[in-house]
Design a protein around this ligand. Structure first.
Ligand SMILES: Nc1ncnc2c1ncn2[C@@H]1O[C@H](COP(=O)(O)OP(=O)(O)OP(=O)(O)O)[C@@H](O)[C@H]1O
Ligand SMILES: [Mg+2]
Length: 466
């Protein structure tokens, strides 16, 4: 049997390599000095970083996406702005853009900048993505057994998921990693890379403790990708499979439900300009069903349902325009056939101190913006510094004394510290619980609110099971 060491390459030599060899061997045999190297081809030095600029069209707009994109590109060329994540105003002197565009936002620059650096316009190559939100809402499948719908379906990008991506805060670069993974997977498929030579698939598994944003992240990722890839895929859909409903008490129906569901997905996928996301939440329920069936405590039909699901997923995998998103609450090794199929398995953990600070900061800013918390007397609107600048500024004693804002930062940091062990879900609920616990909930100032928040957090944590 041949070992890898014995393999000889049978392929014809690469013309570029053989040319180089020819030059090398010619120069080796010639006694005269080597000829001067050939002139380099003109290369456009473009080491600018690509930064996504997302533009959301007004619901009433009927403008062509290409026209809006060109108009925004022209606008960006004219402006000498620095690029940091966040909204940029729609120029009022451009009637076409003001009529059609609701908002423009720069995204994902944080990948390129550290500390307080900013990207200047000449360092950036803006990549403009224009989209219009679908206001249709979910379309449920109610044809099951009269219990839970077996799936929900959304046209993407959906109004419901607008802002979800930005609201999810992870310190570890998780969101960027997922975005890049999905972009590479779609590109490999698009380029027709031979899966026997380079293997990859389009199944993502997010696992971690409850309330860490796994389901939200899946939906937000689908939304983001539908926007980023809309010039290739003119339509995107998200199908959320309700795994529990597939195990209805009438098991004989379950097989039919799976078949029906996947037939529908297959139809969506056949349209090659459609990008389809299939979300299977809480896959451990499938594993549980399998185990129970094997131990004989469940009808053997359930194992057939799981197997049908796995087979259908394998079939789907060959379609280039599908991404399967799965979540699980089981944090330890999940050794089911289902999970083995996932290419990217990302652990989504409870928020770190920085993430907790940022989550609470976003809550506080929303409460001030909507008038629940009264504002500073000396300030028109409250802008609490982010974690990095807070840390830096708190280390400067003169800053601490000079401004109320930094007192607030410190309190916010204390609140974030007090929330250690809380999930993102509990953190997002905490401001509400704090407000409900106030003796005078009207015109409460942010500082008093934060004091109360620390107490509320301690109370909540003391009620958590060990
Ligand atoms: N890291 C985070 N940053 C911001 N918000 C978060 C974060 N983690 C969770 N949340 C918020 O918590 C809520 C619940 O999230 P979600 O239902 O997606 O969690 P999950 O991990 O799927 O939970 P479960 O395991 O119970 O299904 C969402 O509203 C989400 O915005
Ligand atoms: Mg979930």
């Amino acid at each position: 049997m041949s070992t890898p060491m014995e393999i000889t390459l049978q392929n014809p030599p690469d013309p570029d390599i053989s040319d180089q060899n020819a030059v090398a061997s010619a120069s080796a045999s010639a006694p005269s000095p080597p000829p001067p190297p050939p002139p380099l081809p003109p290369v456009l030095a473009d080491d600018r970083v690509s930064v996504s600029v997302e533009a959301c069209l007004k619901p009433s707009s009927t403008a062509r996406i290409d026209d809006v994109r060109s108009a925004i590109e022209r606008m960006l060329e004219k402006r000498s702005l620095s690029y940091i994540d966040g909204p940029i105003p729609v120029p009022l002197d451009d009637p076409f853009l003001t009529e059609n565009v609701e908002r423009i936002r720069i995204c994902d620059t944080d990948e390129w900048v550290q500390n307080h650096e900013i990207l200047l316009f000449w360092q950036v190559k803006p990549v403009v993505h224009v989209f219009q939100l679908s206001e249709e809402g979910p379309c449920e499948d109610l044809s099951g057994d009269g219990q839970l719908p077996s799936f929900n379906e959304w046209m993407l990008p959906a109004k419901e998921f607008d802002g979800m991506w930005e609201s999810l805060i992870y310190e570890s670069g998780l969101k960027q990693r997922l975005l890049r993974y999905a972009a590479s997977a779609l590109l490999f498929t698009e380029k027709g890379i031979d899966p026997f030579l380079v293997s990859w698939n389009r199944i993502i598994l997010l696992h971690g403790p409850p309330g860490t944003g796994k389901t939200s992240l899946c939906k937000a990722l689908a939304q983001k990708l539908s926007i980023r890839f809309n010039s290739r895929y003119t339509q995107s859909q998200l199908v959320e499979v309700n795994a529990h409903s597939l195990f209805s008490k009438w098991f004989s129906e379950s097989g039919k439900l799976v078949a029906k569901l996947f037939q529908k997905i297959q139809e969506m996928v056949e349209e090659e300009n459609n990008l389809v996301f299939v979300l299977i939440d809480e896959v451990e329920s499938l594993a549980a069903a399998r185990k129970a069936a094997l131990s004989g405590s469940e009808p053997s039909d359930s194992i057939r349902v799981v197997n049908a699901l796995l087979t259908q997923m394998d079939k789907l995998k060959s379609s280039p325009n599908v991404i399967i998103l799965t979540t699980s609450n089981i944090t330890t090794a999940i050794d089911i056939a289902f999970v083995d199929r996932a290419d990217i398995k990302a652990y989504v953990g409870p928020p770190t101190l920085q993430a907790r600070y940022e989550i609470l900061r976003s809550c506080l800013q929303e409460l001030v913006k909507k008038g629940i918390l009264s504002n500073f007397q000396d300030c028109d609107h409250l802008v609490i510094p982010n974690f990095a600048s807070m840390k830096e500024k708190l280390s400067m004693p003169e800053m601490q004394e000079a401004q109320t804002k930094f007192h607030l930062c410190k309190q916010l940091l204390e609140a974030a510290e007090a929330c250690e062990g809380m999930s993102g879900r509990s953190l997002r609920k905490l401001p509400f619980l704090t407000h409900a616990a106030l003796s005078n909930p009207y015109n409460c100032d942010p500082s008093k609110f934060l004091c109360k928040m620390v107490d509320t957090a301690r109370g909540e944590l003391s009620e958590l099971p060990d």
